[in-house]
Design a protein around this ligand. Structure first.
Ligand SMILES: *Cc1c(COP(=O)(O)O)cnc(C)c1O
Length: 399
């Protein structure tokens, strides 16, 4: 079976994980990651969401409005709440899944502290529109959420550099991975020092047992994502046996994982270093497969009842997000042909019961709502031969 996603772990990750680690590994990972992101500084955290809590806190934001997309990973909204701020949701724009900056402008007031700009699915935030926003609202701090878009660029400008700081998620579903983990990058030295102090004050040191459990998790990904076994994993997942590992939210709760305040392990940092070096190859491969899907499926998209994602230069393709009203039917059919078409962000955050209290009575998010029902993901972390199979399964619908 071709999985909807697959971490690009090879032999080097296992070998490096088997070494005895020390805290210098964390520093090395940060240095290499900062270099990759072309930023002066990088700071690791146990999760991307912890990185965001730390960032909002060190930026001195408390009791502020923080603007974020309605259509994004729910943990972003959770982090805003946990940091003691109020999420203000904004609907998406049609053409590239990203937050509508025009609509965001309408929600700015004097209590707005920050805006979280997300390059969703790897489509770079429109930096021309963001420049205009920044000029109009100089009091609103800009945070880049690069969890889907490490190094996506808008007309030659890296999105990660266009704000106070950028956050990244590094779990196995992301573009590159340190098993779990998160990161902040910034050029601001004062903020960097404050983040280091925050980490000392709020995080517990990682323990031996955390390293061991990360090691076992890493080892488990090899058989779990191995094609011939993946059908079984998919069966377990569909029947709820893997909920403990794969469910990352509960509709009615705003909560963080139990270890969200325990430092990243040196083992994860070493895996992250290997992945940082692979990053260029990973992105090239994903862009090639995305180009192949676009070219092969475009002539038949109408007949298939699918809308292909935009073809944006500089996108990093964390997902190949196709919209279709035939979501359940296509997913089922693909599964019968050994292809897992994943759902991605199958919710609109402000529509979740836990956020009902954060909304104004007149707010609605029609575009984000629609995305939540219609978006599926074609596999990108597969071989070229596998991507041809995926396309042929979809095209066989035409017969
Ligand atoms: C995954 C993700 C994050 C944060 O990642 P965690 O490490 O899971 O906390 C933030 N933003 C977006 C858009 C994500 O997809």
């Amino acid at each position: 079976m071709i999985p909807r996603l697959k971490p690009r772990f090879g032999l080097a990750e296992i070998l490096t994980a088997a070494h005895v680690g020390h805290d210098g590994d964390i520093k090395r990972f940060e240095n290499e990651f900062a270099h990759l992101a072309e930023q002066n500084r990088a700071v690791t955290f146990p999760y991307g969401r912890t990185a965001l809590v730390a960032l909002l806190d060190t930026m001195g934001l408390k009791g502020k409005d923080v603007i974020l997309p309605a259509y994004t990973c729910v943990v972003v909204a959770h982090a805003v709440i946990i940091s003691g701020n109020k999420p203000v949701f904004v609907d998406s724009q049609e053409h590239d899944f990203n937050m509508d900056i025009e609509a965001a402008s309408a929600k700015v007031n004097e209590n707005t502290g920050a805006i979280i700009m997300t390059s969703l699915f790897g489509y770079p935030v429109d930096l021309d529109a963001l420049d205009a926003f920044r000029e109009r609202f100089p009091h609103v701090k800009i945070i880049q959420d690069c969890a889907h878009s490490f190094l996506a660029d808008w007309r030659g400008r890296g999105v990660q550099k266009e704000g106070v700081a950028a956050i990244y998620g590094l779990n196995i579903s992301k573009l590159m991975s340190s098993i779990f983990g998160g990161m902040v990058t910034t050029d601001d030295e004062e903020l960097y020092d404050a983040l280091l102090k925050w980490r000392v004050r709020h995080l517990q040191p990682s323990s031996w047992s955390k390293s061991l459990s990360r090691m076992l998790y890493l080892l488990a990904t090899y058989p779990a994502f191995y094609g011939p076994l993946y059908g079984f994993v998919n069966y377990l997942e569909r029947n709820g046996f893997l909920d403990r590992f794969v469910r990352y939210y509960d509709e009615s709760l705003i909560e963080m994982p139990a270890d969200y305040l325990v430092c990243m392990t040196p083992l994860e940092a070493r895996v992250g270093i290997v992945q940082t070096r692979r990053y260029g190859d990973i992105i090239r491969h994903r862009r090639d497969i995305a180009a192949y899907y676009n070219a092969t499926l475009a002539p038949y998209a109408g007949k298939l009842g699918i809308l292909l994602p935009p073809n944006v230069e500089g996108a990093t393709y964390s997902h190949f997000a196709v919209q279709t009203a035939r979501k359940a039917e296509l997913m089922e059919k693909a599964l019968n042909h050994g292809v897992q078409l994943g759902e991605v962000i199958e919710y609109c955050v402000p529509a979740m019961s836990s956020y009902a209290g954060s909304l104004q009575p007149d707010e609605s998010f029609p575009v984000a709502e629609r995305f939540s029902h219609t978006v599926i993901n074609l596999p990108l972390s597969c071989s070229f031969a596998e991507s041809r199979h995926v396309a042929s399964v979809l095209l066989s619908e035409l017969n």
